[in-house]
Structures are given as structure tokens and as C-alpha cells.
Design a protein around this ligand. Sequence first.
Ligand code: SF4
Length: 357
Amino acid sequence: MVNIGSVQIGGSAPVMIQSMTNTKTSDAAATLKQIAHLQEAGCEAVRVAVPDPESAEALKFITKESPLPVIADVHFDVKLAHMAIERGAAKIRINPGNIGSPDTLIELAQKAKKYKIPIRIGVNAGSLERSLTKKYGGATPEALAESAFRYYELLEKTGYSETIVSLKASDVSTTISANRLFAEKCSAPLHLGITEAGTPDVGVIKSAIGIGTLLAEGIGDTIRVSLTASPIEEIKVARQILQALGIRVFGPELISCPTCGRCATDLVLLAEKVEVLLKNYTVPIRVAVMGCAVNGPGEAREADIGISAGKKKGILFRDGNVIRTVSQDKLLPALKEEIDAFVKGRDESGSFKEGNY
Ligand code: SF4
């Protein structure tokens, strides 16, 4: 287990969610503003790009004011990584393929050790050592795993034990296989992500499959969903992946049927309204929205509370049992009442607490 500021990664710590700012890091005010928004959305550690001395210099202020641990992302110029450590970065992310010789990396690890911060060795398919691509005939999972293990071992031998590793490719299968191979061999905390996953349309699916498959196998300690979109979107998707797997729970879950010829109402509209309603709650509750009274309660038996809409009337059910029948226009307010009662009951019994657990 390693610490990134006050956040633990690895071992029994919850899988941590991180993202990356897209402001100019040299603009400390704009970067801090975005960090605040990310924290509000549920981000737990934030990475910032450090492409120049101005950005490294700004870290002095950003790391002091940031509510989240700040990770400095450095490519090519190791001097910037040293500057970032001295200015309070809680972790350094480097790509061993472009940071310099092994001696450069060892020297950086010595500095990180002195400041008690972790380094992430971020191995990417696009910048793998030529010797390995030659050996394996390309950026294969085996090549990625061997590269990551080489650097991990190099640092371990020098007495540095705060290494976090990531093995990323934009290809989902390569990423999954590379991480599996590495995890078989090494227990270093793993940062998971599908790099350059694309716009949300495709990127969400790639990330959910890639990150989700590994997490379901018990591989991975922190995740970053990479989307060509606002970083806030990345946090939403990361939370959904963790919640869908039951690894962490952040709030209500909506279950809704796909509709079929038995559906007697505009269920898409109704489900959207319930989705908006659920945004007001942070408690873990499963709410079902079903399209017919005959099959709805049974099909959504695993839901805590649900509604099935009929032509003019709808029914409310709890744990699969019908509890009320109401007219169509009263269905949504009745659902809200039931959710509130459910939440109050659970709250009083103390059987759950809000937020992450
Ligand atoms: S709940 Fe009813 S409408 Fe929805 S898919 Fe099942 S049978 Fe069809």
C-alpha cells in the first residue's frame, strides 16, 4: 500500500478515482478552480500536466491550496519532476520511455524517497522501448508487462518501494492482457485506464470494458477514465463503473426495463424523470421503473422500490410486492414519498451511511 498525500492506494484501500485537469497548470487559479469542481464530482486525487518550468513553479501554490492530492505528470524533462517534488507534488507520474536513462530514473526515485512520495511508472504502448517491440514483434501485452516489470524491479533494487504501475494502450484487449500478466508477477499497486479512449460515445464503453474486466478480476487499485470531454465526465463514468461492479456505492441505482409490446406508457420519459428525481439522493437504493404491471414487479424483484406503469394507473412495489395502486399522474410523487420513507427508515436504523463505502 502507498500513500498519495492523505489517500491510500493498494492493499485493502478502496479503489481510488482520479482524473486530470485540462487547464494550463501555469494558470494556478484556473487549475485550482477545476480541481474544486473535480472534488465536488467525486475525484479523489488529481493529476496536472507539468510541461514547462512555469507549470512546475505554479505547483508551489496549487499543492498548498488544492483540496485533493496533486500528481505531477512529467514527460521528457526530468528536471521538471525534481522541481515538482520540491514544490509539494504528492506523486510523480513519468513515462519511462521518454524520461531518460535508468540512472535518471534512479536519481528521481531517490528524491521521491526523501520526500516520501510515490512515483507512477506509466508504461504506454506508444512509447515502448525499441528492444522490446523488436523482441515481441510490436507493443504486445508481453512487451508492456516486461517493460513495466523491468522499471519496477530497477527501483525496488535501489530500495525504493513506493512504485505504482500502469500499463496502458488504446486497445482494450492489449490493456487487459498486459495488466493481467503484470499482476500475476507483481503486487505493486496498479493504476488502470484505457489511454486515448476517445469521445464519450466510444470512450465510455472502452473504459467500462477494459477497466471493468480487470476490476472484476480483482486487479487494479486506482482508475482514471480518459475521455475527450470534460474531466468531470470522467469522474461520473469512473463512479458508474465502480458502482456497477458493486465495488463502491455512491448513490441510487436506476433499474428500468427495455420495454416491449406489453408496455402501456411512454417509459423512456418516465425513466428520465425518475433519473432526475434520483439525483437528489445520495443513499444507495435500487429503484425500478417498469413498463407493465403484470411482469414489472417480478422482473425487478431485486429493486428496493419500483413503479410499473399501466395505461391509466400504475403500481408501486417494494421488494417485488405491490404496495399501492395510483393514477398515472400520481405515480412520480408517490414514488418520491416511498423513497423518502425508505430512506428515513434506513437512516433511523443506521443500516447505511451516505457516500462512499
Ligand atoms: S416489464 Fe413489461 S414492458 Fe417491460 S420489458 Fe418486461 S414485460 Fe415488457
